[in-house]
Design a protein around this ligand. Sequence first.
Ligand SMILES: O=C(O)c1ccc[n+]([C@@H]2O[C@H](COP(=O)([O-])O)[C@@H](O)[C@H]2O)c1
Ligand SMILES: Cc1cc2nc[nH]c2cc1C
Length: 342
Amino acid sequence: MPITPPDQALEATARERLAGLATPAGALGRVGELGVRLSAMLGAVPPPELTDVRLVVLAGDHGVAAHGVSAYPAAVTPAMVRSLLAGTAGASALARAHGVRVRVLDIAVDDDLDGVPVEVSAHKVRRGSGAIHLEDALTAEEVRRALEVGRAVAAEEIAGGGQVLISGDLGIGNTTPAAALVAAALGLPAEDVVGRGTGVDDAGLARKTEVVGQALRRAGDRTADPVATLAALSSADLAATTGFVLAAAEAGVPVVLDGLMSVACALTAERIAPGAAAWFVAGHRSTEPAQSLALEKLGLEPLLDLGLRLGEGSGAVAAVPVLRSAVALMRDVALLSDLLPC
Ligand SMILES: O=C(O)c1ccc[n+]([C@@H]2O[C@H](COP(=O)([O-])O)[C@@H](O)[C@H]2O)c1
Ligand SMILES: Cc1cc2nc[nH]c2cc1C
């Protein structure tokens, strides 16, 4: 589906309102710019209060995790799914602090998740995804299903009243396929995109760079096509995340992007449907180099830069108060013309 950009006329009206506020010209800096963008995206000047912001964490495991690319074992993935469900993960704490709803979905966790509510795995595509340096992450049919799952979940959240969506990720090893997606999209070598993820040492970083390089060579010229790239180099959870952000952009609903996984999928969505990035707000800058490279390509400047590298949607959730600040300024500040005698 083609992307309809945010309303240009509303953006112009919002820009006029910002210029007329009882502040020195430009004094609201990028918060003012965000207020203008949110007005256009949310369809009103001033924009409505953000009372319904929704985080969906799409979890999955990755074949590369068995090849020395992470500082942690794959057993962490199901453990953190349970923690998110219990409300004890980092993103849970931030979401509670900032009034953000959290939904956790098992898209490709390599575990039965016994005892976890069945709806958490209702959209499961498969257990784990292929080790991308040795085999394709997904079949073409699995890519199609994962994209569809992500789209369906976004549609559910929008139908339920979500004004702003956030995609969160969870899965040991996922910074390896995400870095590969960015390298493929930007035509960069492995050395430029690979970071330390959960904190691998120098030997781990070298292994990870080799894995990404091998994966890119294996994918060959399929990287010219974004959907073929998802089959070769991503995972079911990353393909679902791509479908999630794509469907939000198609529906004209803003998405606050998080760290590397969220931004790699946003970049893939922009490759599939040019113009999607107009609906994305960069929540924060991750420490992963590929995230910054992808944000630059998307033309997005992150709101926060706090050295976060947690994932789970945490950086995007931390940025929600900045979005609410932008909305409050657009709504509640007087016009200078109303304060000055004529
Ligand atoms: O959001 C990020 O940019 C980010 C950067 C580093 C690590 N993470 C999280 O850590 C896990 C992946 O790290 P790794 O080293 O196992 O590839 C995964 O669960 C992510 O949510 C997330
Ligand atoms: C403990 C832990 C929590 C996480 N949350 C997202 N990725 C993670 C990775 C680890 C290792």
